[in-house]
Ligand binder design. Structure first.
Ligand code: PHE
Length: 344
């Protein structure tokens, strides 16, 4: 057969073979067989050398046309196959199936608890403020009646950045900053992160506190007790009991720790005959430290001698654990979606 006829025949042959092809893969195999580097067209072109040089341009031109024709045939088929595939896919699509809901983010339980607790105090007239986490030792210790040699300033307990700057160990430095910023009367509530060199099952190096400070004329421990009772009952329910235990903090005098009746065992100390894990059978759990502002603190901020005030500080994660009956502190920091999704 003459080379020009062979070329024409290649187009016909390709057309014939295509009619049997229904899959992308077989189509690609055909394309390689016809147009590939070692394919049929290449083989025919290999014979170009045998031709009279005068005939070559004509044959070359023909070869290009054949290549284009075969390519068009194959690409048309490729589109047909894709269109058929899509139709089949649509036939399998059931529009009555329920949709996949987009993933919904939510506030972290710690944030929810902070918002709720601060909300209770804001509703009583306290103003929410904040302060720096990197703090000068003057605000964290010195002005809070903890001079240089005080044991609470130990390197074992505090994360120092320089000998005089540190990560605040409590939110109490914001008491000092608030009083320096405005004269009495004053009522502030201060949520924030605090840092301690402590890490085990029940302690993390960072946790959250909420500080409260109220200063004015004639403020007494009865105001403190009333404020905290209102707070505890708003958060834990009206049947929750509260008790004050004498304690010590350098910046309050007198000082107390506040316990609430255990939510898990209802204050009985046992749960269905088992000793209560949360209150360790005492029926009470500690939730905060508090007291009347020490006169030495008022002196440090140059407040008049006739004002009095109370302050308190509570651990947010601790309250959250009691409120939601969570028994492992690490849950708050691991960001396990299965845990977080329970607070949507
Ligand atoms: N700052 C104290 C602590 O972190 C708590 C506290 C605050 C106690 C205010 C009394 C008054 O333990």
């Amino acid at each position: 057969m003459d080379i020009l006829e062979t070329l024409d025949e290649l187009v016909d042959e390709t057309r014939r073979r295509l009619s049997d092809i229904a899959e992308e893969q077989a189509l690609e195999a055909l394309r390689i067989d016809v147009l590939g580097r070692k394919g049929r067209l290449s083989a025919i072109m290999g014979r170009l050398a045998e031709l009279d040089p005068a005939e070559r341009p004509k044959v070359g031109e023909k070869a290009n046309a054949v290549k284009q024709a075969c390519t068009d045939l194959i690409e048309t088929r490729r589109k047909d196959i894709a269109a058929r595939k899509e139709e089949e896919g649509l036939a399998r699509f059931d529009p009555t199936l329920p949709g996949r809901a987009p993933w919904q983010g939510s506030l972290h339980p710690t944030t929810c608890v902070i918002d709720q607790l601060c909300g209770v105090f804001v509703s009583m007239g306290f103003k929410a403020v904040s302060g720096p986490e990197v703090e000068h030792d003057y605000y964290n210790f010195e002005a809070l009646n903890m001079p240089a040699a005080h044991p609470a300033r130990d390197m074992q307990d505090t994360l120092y950045i320089t000998p005089t700057t540190l990560l605040r160990t409590h939110t109490s430095p914001v008491q000092i900053r608030s009083m320096l910023a405005s004269p009495p009367p004053l009522a502030v509530i201060v949520p924030g992160k605090v840092y301690r060199r402590d890490s085990d099952l029940t302690h993390t190096p960072m946790f959250h506190q909420i500080e409260g400070l109220l200063v004015g004329e004639g403020v007494t421990m009865a105001h403190l007790r009333g404020t905290l009772t209102t707070f505890v009952q708003a958060v834990f329910g009206a049947d929750t009991r509260i008790r004050f235990r004498p304690s010590f903090f350098p910046f309050t005098e007198p000082s107390a720790e506040v316990d609430i009746s255990c939510k898990l065992c209802g204050g009985t100390g046992n749960c269905d005959g088992e000793p209560c894990r949360v209150c360790k059978t005492t029926g009470w759990v500690e939730i905060l430290g508090c007291g009347m502002v020490d006169p030495a603190v008022f002196e440090a901020v140059d407040y008049p001698a006739d004002v009095t005030g109370f302050a308190f500080g509570l651990g947010v994660e601790r309250v959250a654990m009691l409120k939601y009956a969570i028994n492992d502190l690490r849950m708050f920091f691991e960001n396990d979606k299965r845990f977080l999704e329970q607070f949507l």
